[in-house]
Design a protein around this ligand. Structure first.
Ligand code: AHN
Ligand code: ZN
Length: 337
């Protein structure tokens, strides 16, 4: 009797932990946070190490500014990775015009999982990086391109890992996915420039092009999920305003899933400010309901993380835990569809 009780106790404990973190559906594990605390999170097949390596690989090319050699080489890498994961890859080359008239040779990179399926989820991120560190206080740094480990690199890193899972784990029959890496998101008018036009239109150039010229005529998806700055240490994800308006129910589903997995400390269940990001153009021109998982806290001075558009947006500030929180959440949402 006594022995029975003793062996039962640890089992009961882990059962309680499991149901607390994820309703008992998944295996759970203890994760030690960078602050040295422990948190119980659900086990999913998403590998933060793989995502992290994919971010590091992009950063190693150097800043991926449209027109640069690093940009070209990174495009080749991204296409090859999606192909390696068994996706059907389409490159959409385009010449875009920046706010200052600069012609940009760009490419959107699309990886299709089950292209024939009519039920589809669109997952997207921008892969270019900002030519300007215009959020630096020192004007001498404003024209230096940034590494974009978080801003650019992180969303792509998470989606490359999701691409690997599509091949190795798959999704239920009849459900297709498109992964799109949009170019020229971050060539928007810098803070130091004088500009008369509509600043909104200077951001998300690759997404704007695609939304008006999709890779298949009349392309549609049931839902779009944008990942933007999803790898920063201490990230905070709020229910972004336009996402809320366009795909409120899906936002609830994603935030609830994150909470159930044990990532409620990243996904705040409160509405955040509206952000002109790639999803706005996909919503507006393709009428696809979209949500943006973006490190954006309306309570901070810029709204964005401290490294945003600075020379500190480097690998040093990339957190595997944050990548895990977002990757596990998005993967779990897909498996529930
Ligand atoms: C604005 O700053 C208006 N939109 C930019 C969204 C963004 C930039 N995401 C990453 N970099
Ligand atoms: Zn940016």
């Amino acid at each position: 009797m006594v022995r029975n009780k003793l062996t039962l106790l640890p089992c009961l404990m882990s059962l309680i932990l499991m149901s607390a973190s994820c309703g008992g559906k998944n295996e759970s594990r203890r994760e030690t946070t960078t602050e040295g605390e422990t948190r119980v999170v659900a086990e999913t097949p998403f590998s933060a190490d793989s995502a992290y390596a994919a971010v590091a690989h992009q950063v190693a090319f150097g800043p991926r500014v449209p027109g640069s050699e690093a940009h070209k080489r990174c495009a080749t890498f991204l296409s090859a990775e999606l192909t390696r994961h068994g996706l059907d890859v389409i490159e959409q080359p385009m010449t875009l015009t920046a706010y200052d008239g600069t012609r940009l040779e760009c490419v959107n990179i699309i990886g299709r999982y089950r292209p024939e399926a009519s039920e589809r989820i669109l997952l997207f991120a921008h892969w270019d990086t900002r030519p300007y560190a215009d959020a630096e206080s020192d004007p001498a740094k404003w024209r230096t391109p940034i590494d974009g480990a978080n801003d650019g690199g992180s969303g792509v890193g998470v989606l490359l890992e999701i691409g690997r899972l599509l091949q190795t784990k798959g999704l239920r029959e009849g459900l297709g996915v498109d992964i799109i890496f949009f170019d020229a998101e971050d060539y928007g008018v810098p803070q130091f420039a004088e500009y008369d036009g509509d600043t909104e239109k200077t951001w998300g150039l690759g997404a704007q092009y695609w939304a008006k010229n999709p890779h298949t005529p009349d392309y549609r998806a049931d839902l779009g999920i944008l990942l933007d700055m999803v790898g920063g240490e201490g990230a905070a994800f709020y229910r972004e305003y336009f996402s809320q308006e366009s795909a409120g129910r899906a936002v609830t589903e994603v935030w609830q899933t994150a909470h159930d997995l044990g990532y409620g400390s990243y996904f705040h269940n409160a509405v955040g400010g509206g952000l002109v990001d790639d999803h706005v153009f996909v919503i507006r021109h393709r009428r696809i309901p979209c949500l943006d998982i973006v490190d954006y806290d309306p309570a901070r001075t810029t709204g964005f993380p401290a490294t945003w558009h600075t020379l500190d947006d480097t690998m040093e500030h990339i957190s595997r835990e944050t990548l895990q929180a977002v990757g596990s959440t998005v993967w779990t949402v897909l498996t529930k569809k």
